[in-house]
Design a binder for this molecule. Structure first.
Ligand SMILES: [Zn+2]
Length: 403
């Protein structure tokens, strides 16, 4: 459990400062009167905080609010160029690195690919090189780098900054934030699972913007889930909540890379095609490459086996989503990931089965949608991972790395 800091004058001052700053970040442009109403702070305390934030170039004044007469009120805005954030996504064969401003808006991006399994040490050095290269190329001051948000596949403990296990990368117990911190001692480093990162982008800029309780399901090479309750991601005990791909669909079914058998991921992701390889070979299908994009391509070219495989995969996913809807009763389920590009090939199966759920029987509709965000949402999510924590009200004691 996270320890609350002891109450003190200093803490109250800090909390008020962050409260004011976060109202400006969330509701900008906003007037002093509106902030005062929401914070219940005295005029002089609020003025002091605003002057302090202005002197640190965190906020600035703009334009004027509509007024019914008399002196017009100036509005306050957050200075999104106050500093920079680096967003990193570690994938199986490459890392994606982006530079963003303090609102997670993409400024530039770079890729670094590797042909074989890399060690955490090599990836850390790659991040260091690319970050320096970006700041050099963009002619930016490294002193203004305030945070690095890292997204990785697998089981991630965000509290102690460890990737507990990523079977895709072949990594176990990697203290990634500590390793990157050694390269950037003055910068705050954060890590999370990639689907949770994407969910931060959905929360602030996508389908989740106006919803309190929703689920984000990613389909593609694997199957991921992020659970949002009261606009916060639910993490579970060590950050592992959402291993939906490893819930059981078939008793004694296909063996899974996680060590169990019959996992949903084996039936409702790219793994399904690989599991059907022998049958595909014995058929008259033109399919040789069983990656999602290739199966979708063959289906578009009229390959019946590919068309059937995608429909079957869609049915399995539909059952998975039905179980999720019945478990969480969400406002909405947002489907994201590589599979979205090819969703027309299986969405009918997904919708027919998922919509035939417990709540539908009493006329409660659960919205099922495909994400509208572009691939850059991964960068936004990684940046927001850092930004949200940098501006979090400082009520908790800092967590020390356990490794
Ligand atoms: Zn599994």
């Amino acid at each position: 459990m996270k320890a609350l800091r002891s109450g003190s004058k200093e803490l109250i001052k800090e909390i008020n400062r962050f409260k004011v700053l976060n109202i400006i970040r969330d509701q900008q442009p906003v007037s002093r009167a509106e902030i005062a109403k929401q914070c219940a702070l005295g005029v002089s305390t609020l003025s002091y905080i605003i002057e302090d934030l202005k002197s640190q170039t965190l906020i600035y004044e703009v334009g004027e609010a509509n007024s019914t007469g008399g002196r017009k009120a100036k509005l306050l805005r957050f200075n999104k160029n106050h500093g920079y954030i680096i967003s990193v996504k570690i994938e199986e064969e490459q890392i994606l690195i982006a530079l963003t401003n303090m609102e997670g808006e993409l400024l530039t991006k770079k890729y670094a690919s590797f042909s074989q399994k890399v060690t955490p040490k090599e990836v850390t050095s790659m991040i260091q090189r690319k970050v320096h290269q970006i700041f050099e190329d963009e002619n930016k001051d490294m002193q203004l780098l305030l945070g690095i948000g890292i997204l990785s596949s697998g089981l991630v403990n965000r509290h102690n900054g460890t990737i507990i296990r990523s079977s895709m990368l072949g990594w176990e117990n990697v203290p990634i934030t500590k390793m990157v911190k050694e390269k950037f001692p003055d910068v705050e480093i954060f890590v999370d699972n990639n689907i949770n990162g994407y969910t931060l982008a959905e929360l602030e800029k996508g389908e989740g913007k106006h919803h309190n309780n929703f689920l984000v399901v990613s389909i593609g090479a694997g199957l991921g889930l992020s659970v949002v309750i009261d606009r916060k991601i639910y993490y579970g005990s060590v950050g592992g909540a959402g291993e939906f791909g490893h819930t059981t669909l078939v008793m004694d079914g296909y063996p899974c890379h996680c060590g169990q058998t019959g996992c949903l991921e084996m039936y409702a992701s790219e793994f399904y095609f690989k599991n059907k390889e022998q049958e595909i070979k014995a058929s008259n299908s033109t399919l040789t490459d069983l990656h999602f994009s290739e199966v979708a391509k063959a289906a578009k070219n009229g390959d019946q086996i590919a068309l059937d495989l995608l429909k079957e995969m869609g049915m399995h996913l539909g059952y998975g989503l039905r179980n999720l809807i019945n478990t969480f009763n969400p406002d909405k389920v947002i489907i994201v990931g590589e599979g979205v590009k090819h969703s027309h090939l299986f969405q009918q199966e997904v919708f027919d089965i998922a919509n035939d759920n417990f709540f539908e029987k009493v006329n409660i509709n659960t919205e099922l949608v495909f994400s509208r965000l572009k691939d850059d949402a991964w960068f936004t999510g990684g940046a927001l991972l850092a930004i949200n924590q940098i501006f979090q009200e400082p009520i908790y004691e800092p967590v020390k790395s356990e490794v």
